[in-house]
Write a protein that binds this ligand. Structure first.
Ligand SMILES: NC(=O)c1ccc[n+]([C@@H]2O[C@H](COP(=O)([O-])OP(=O)(O)OC[C@H]3O[C@@H](n4cnc5c(N)ncnc54)[C@H](O)[C@@H]3O)[C@@H](O)[C@H]2O)c1
Length: 380
């Protein structure tokens, strides 16, 4: 019989409910080692916990106090999706309660907060811990990763990883916590989107030794939602250029933009090499592109993909794959690894990768604010 992992959810907002959807349709996946069951939920906002009570029959505990959820012996693992300033308080408490953790990015609002989380991880080695990042689970992204791993790229010319949003182009969009430095963190858009763009480069071993960064706060004020105007302090857009010394040395360009005209939620990765190149963007979610060059014609090939997912599913291979599917695949990777598997070869972001992200973003913030090139100080 499939093993059941009993989950508590702390933070029932946007992402908490996405997990509920992934778990509710676990039957979509074939031959999984284990399945998640949400037994406890916690949020300060009771309308959100009411949503869980109405829609998730397995929920037995509803609370506004996350300590009560952590005291529940029926909870094996916790998904925590709360604003960034709470990560370094709540994640260590989850580990101190002996629960496994999938924590949302950026895994602490800054490097100091991340170090506090890492200290708690080190103190509780029996707890299995990963950080959320779902977009590399698109089949097209997996194809790019497989292509890079399977052959010689030659000299790497450039790698660009981008996450582009456009909703902040609207100056009338009211402020929310992601535009507040004390809740989101001084990284601004980089804290919000940085782990998404770094997951694949870090997994492939491409760690920049130094970075420069162009930071933009295009809309320094926003409506407060109550008829007034408030300061919007966070960086809207960041373009980071890192220098990676492998493969003859190459630029790693990371774009984390919240003001990207025309892009609702475009995540992309593009790798250009002298022998082989590949790219994927969620703008064309079923296609990936690749080129192999041996001195002859330079021809990009485009392949239509369907539901050729890392974790096999009931959907036929010709049909489309989407955002909720990427999230479910990420959850499958987490649950599989927690249950002793290898996540079918592509595990969720590790705490070490999250810490490397912080080293890069800390250097990028400093570089962008002082218009300098900064060395990246990775944790030892
Ligand atoms: N992986 C992704 O694609 C993705 C997308 C969006 C957000 N996120 C991450 O998810 C996290 C949450 O973001 P969101 O967009 O879901 O935010 P959200 O504002 O929709 O939800 C956060 C929830 O946390 C609750 N909360 C705040 N303090 C709490 C406390 N002390 N105890 C219990 N609940 C509390 C809030 O009431 C709110 O409902 C962030 O770390 C964010 O970076 C990830």
């Amino acid at each position: 019989m499939t093993r059941v992992i009993r989950f508590g959810v702390i933070g029932c907002g946007l992402m908490g409910r996405e997990f509920a959807s992934s778990a509710a349709r676990w039957l979509h996946l074939e031959n999984t080692r284990a399945r998640p069951e949400i037994v406890a939920v916690c949020d300060l906002n009771t309308s959100l916990t009411d949503w869980f009570s109405s829609n998730v029959p397995s929920v037995q505990q509803v609370t506004q106090d996350y300590h009560a959820l952590l005291a529940n012996p029926d909870v094996d693992a916790v998904y925590c999706a709360v604003p960034h300033n709470l990560h370094d308080t709540i994640y260590p408490d989850i580990l101190a309660a002996g629960k496994h953790l999938l924590g949302e990015k950026p895994f602490g609002m800054d490097a100091a907060a991340n170090a506090r989380i890492q200290a708690a991880i080190d103190a509780h080695p029996k707890c299995f811990v990963r950080c959320s990042s779902e977009l590399p689970y698109f089949p097209g992204a997996q194809k790019v990763i497989e292509f890079i791993r399977s052959g010689d790229l030659g000299e790497v010319i450039e790698v660009e990883a981008a996450f582009l949003h456009s909703s902040d182009l609207n100056p009338d969009k009211p402020i929310n916590w992601k535009r507040m430095v004390d809740v989101n963190g001084a990284y601004g858009c980089m804290g919000d989107l940085g782990m998404h763009v770094l997951h694949v480069p870090l997994r492939l071993g491409w760690k920049p030794s130094s970075v420069s960064a162009s930071l933009v706060n295009r809309f320094p004020t926003r409506p407060d939602g109550k008829g007034g105007t408030v300061a919007s302090e966070t960086w809207d857009n960041a373009t980071i250029t890192g220098h990676v010394s492998d493969h003859g040395g190459f630029p790693l360009v990371l774009k984390t933009w919240r003001v990207a005209p025309g892009n609702s939620n475009t995540w992309s990765i593009r790798v250009l090499g002298t022998r082989r190149s590949a790219m994927f963007s969620t703008k064309n979610p079923r296609q990936w592109q690749f080129m192999e060059y041996d001195g002859g014609a330079q021809i990009w090939q485009v392949e239509d993909l369907g539901f050729q997912s890392l974790f096999p599913a009931i959907t036929g291979a010709i049909f489309e794959f989407g955002f909720p599917d990427a999230l479910q695949q990420m959850w499958a990777a987490f649950v599989d690894e927690l249950a002793g598997g290898d996540a079918n070869g592509f595990h969720c972001v590790t705490p070490g990768e999250a810490a490397d992200q912080h080293a890069i973003l800390t250097a990028a913030l400093q570089a962008g604010m002082t218009n300098t090139v900064q060395d990246v100080a990775y944790p030892i």
